[in-house]
Design a binder for this molecule. Sequence first.
Ligand code: NAD
Length: 266
Amino acid sequence: MAIKLGIIGSAGRMGRRIAALAQQDENFCITCSIERADHPAQGIDLGELLGLGQLDLPISSKWSAKPDVLINFTTPQATIDSLTAARKDALPMVIGTTGLSPEQLATVKDAARDIAVLQAANMSLGVNLLFHLVGEVAAALGDDYDIEITETHHRFKKDAPSGTALELARRICAATKKDLDTCITHGRSGAQAGRQAGKIGMHARRQGDVVGEHTVAFSTLGETLELSHKAHSRDIFARGALKAAAWLVGKEPGLYSMANVLDLRK
Ligand code: NAD
């Protein structure tokens, strides 16, 4: 039987692609399409919004019938608000929203004591493999290699650095026993901005309609090794979110990641 899917943020860039792809997939049946209460698309049929014709699925501000699973690509506060409601209704949730504060991340962790939550800063297979590779490379190359992370996204992205870039830094720190809170240098400017040994440089570029690019460069005197990922379209994240949602249905309460879905070792 098709998985009953609720999409939160369904009129957003990601929400629309998730809805369009789910609509083409017989494994899913969208049963609710959620947007913020003051969104101009309130009350409009999701199918009309997507240019797919009537689906009898008006966009609303909360779910009425309970779906099997929710997918949430919104804002940090909207994510926490809907997670609180999902916890009350015992509904599993896939969270793709980035930019959550440490307090909000703690709330997500707490909710996962009662419901199954899958959170991923980046839902693409390639990026999740990159998460593994950067840790291995950083540990193998050692302290004499300077690490610089550069990420590029479209001009509309609000948070910086990207959740993916931060996760790359976290993986490097975990593999090299560095303290994430103190080892990142965000950009450089001024007269005393020389490179400090052991720091991870972090650079955010915002331009045009770039979907998402991440490069981790490991440099020493004489060579640079770069690991790069480029997302060509948002569909890579939308497909990952749908894969994650299908995987999450029926799972025990807990906080899961794409590594669980893809069966990658932690
Ligand atoms: P967007 O601004 O196009 O869409 C967000 C949508 O959420 C908007 O339509 C907005 O109206 C809606 N929203 C806001 N408050 C709401 C509420 N209270 N209830 C319901 N809906 C609400 O943004 P986007 O490009 O779709 O990105 C959304 C988030 O997903 C961002 O945090 C982005 O960084 C993240 N993202 C994650 C991945 C990933 O793979 N994890 C990939 C792309 C984007």
